[in-house]
Design a binder for this molecule. Structure first.
Ligand code: SF4
Length: 66
């Protein structure tokens, strides 16, 4: 899986960091989220899925790759 962020939608709420701190970081005063791992291991899928689900602006997309 690969993570895509729609940076026009991201409003740095930080929900993603709360749900998946190994993958997302929202630095103070940043204009957009930082993705630490763009292609996370399957073990991180529950956290990444929750982050995408609860992101208030639905800025996180999970792309499935073969
Ligand atoms: S939860 Fe969504 S809007 Fe908030 S920082 Fe993460 S990607 Fe951006």
């Amino acid at each position: 899986m690969r993570i895509e962020i729609d940076r026009d939608l991201c409003q740095v709420h930080g929900v993603c960091e709360s749900e998946a701190p190994d993958v997302f970081v929202v630095p103070k005063r940043a204009e957009t989220v930082t993705v630490l791992i763009e292609q996370p291991d399957e073990a991180l899928r529950p956290q990444v899925t929750a982050a995408a689900k609860y992101c208030p602006t639905r800025a996180i997309r999970i792309i499935e790759e073969d």
